[in-house]
Write a protein that binds this ligand. Structure first.
Ligand code: SF4
Length: 379
């Protein structure tokens, strides 16, 4: 029998907290997250609903302290300082944040200035994740982003001046019309800003997006060989610049790996608040209703907004951990695989796509690029 594990030792006193803020000024044509423009949403009612939902779970899991806090979306940075202050106050009242190890906040360039960044720091935000994607204005136009290269270049110095200790830059490659030279310039521009962490994602064509329509008609193409060239250029430039490649799409300077994401990959428990947020606590996973108006109504009537609830088996956790941990440079113990899987693991190693070291199965950079197919092949 293979080992059935969540790789970290589950700590019944801690939970990771995620908050989904679904508002964006405008909708990017490639994005599949639950999001919308604020329209006539009653923002105060939304913040109140988050506070009430926090109260519901604080009562349900009274002994839990928050280990990491992550505000994502959507665009959390478009909330006004007043609303952010109210939101933070509600979370602090409901949860024990005294041992918080990391407080990440997603921000888009063009949604904050120095004053607002100083307010982020006052709230205790330790890590800002910037959705920059590209430093090429024509690529940004294709992505439907509202900021320019110039906006993006101002953001990191502003955050540093405000006292934010860790900054991540999100970048994207294999965008229609993007050349390797443009990608090189984007990587070099990002490195020049001296962030602590860079995420470099391969664009994927997701359901219900404008991009997938163009992909389906053949206007946009997804070419694995081209993707590999972009991936290898990122790997080369970022590792040469002193970033540690610790997950397929993530690179960090020393001490700047994302604690929140690492906990999630390892199988720690997490609580998600807000429309569409997902939670996994004990052996149960649930998703909140992905509709802001329904979310607000449901919280006010029953205190939670759970809509899809599933009980996870040990085998579900094992498969999920394999899929997620194989994306990391830590890999995972060979002992988690079944006999037939181990045979396939050895074939992957013989093809130079992975190594086994100290009993751990770890993908090489070449294998890292094929992680999804490798997981599918092994399982
Ligand atoms: S990519 Fe970010 S900014 Fe664009 S629509 Fe999605 S959540 Fe909003």
């Amino acid at each position: 029998m293979p080992e059935s594990v969540r790789f970290s030792t589950l700590n019944p006193h801690f939970v990771q907290l995620y908050l989904h803020i679904p508002f964006c000024h405008r909708i990017c044509p490639y994005c599949s997250f639950y999001k919308h423009t604020p329209g006539n949403t009653d923002m105060r009612a939304f913040i109140r609903a988050i506070g009430d939902e926090a109260e519901f779970y604080a009562e349900k899991f009274p002994s839990r302290k928050i280990n990491t806090l992550y505000l994502g979306g959507g665009t959390p940075s478009m909330l006004s300082r007043t609303l952010l202050g109210e939101l933070h106050a509600k979370l602090s009242e409901r949860f024990d944040l005294s041992e918080l190890k990391e407080f990440t906040f997603e921000a888009n360039p063009a949604t904050f200035d120095l004053k607002k960044a100083q307010f982020f720091a006052e709230l205790g935000i330790s890590r800002i994740s910037l959705g920059i994607q590209s430093f090429d204005n024509s690529v940004l136009k294709t992505l439907g982003r509202e900021h320019s290269r110039e906006d993006a270049q101002q953001t990191v110095p502003i955050l540093r001046e405000a006292g934010i200790s860790e900054v991540n830059i999100d970048l994207m490659f294999s965008i229609p019309g993007q050349s390797l030279d443009s990608w090189r310039d984007t990587l070099e521009s990002a490195i020049a800003l001296q962030p602590d962490h860079i995420s470099a994602y391969n664009l994927t064509y997701e359901e219900d997006t404008e991009f997938i329509k163009k992909y389906t008609t053949g206007e946009y193409v997804d070419d694995p060989d081209e993707n590999a060239k972009f991936f290898h250029l990122a790997h080369q430039l970022l590792t040469e610049a002193g970033f540690d490649h610790y997950e397929t799409s993530n690179y960090a300077k020393t001490g700047a790996k994302s604690t929140h994401n690492k906990s999630y990959w390892q199988g720690d428990e997490y609580l998600g608040l807000g429309p569409s947020a997902v939670s996994t606590i004990h052996d149960t996973r649930w998703k909140n209703v992905p509709d802001t108006a329904t979310y607000i109504r449901q919280i006010s009537s029953v205190g939670h907004a759970q809509t899809e609830i599933e009980n996870l088996t040990a085998e579900d956790f094992r498969i999920e951990r394999i899929a997620l941990m194989l994306r990391t440079t830590e890999g995972l113990p060979v002992s988690v695989f079944t006999e037939p899987e181990i045979k396939r693991v050895h074939i992957i190693v013989s093809e130079g796509l992975a190594i086994i070291t100290d009993g751990n199965f770890i993908l090489t950079p070449k294998g890292s690029l094929l992680v999804d197919s490798i997981v599918e092949h092994i399982l």
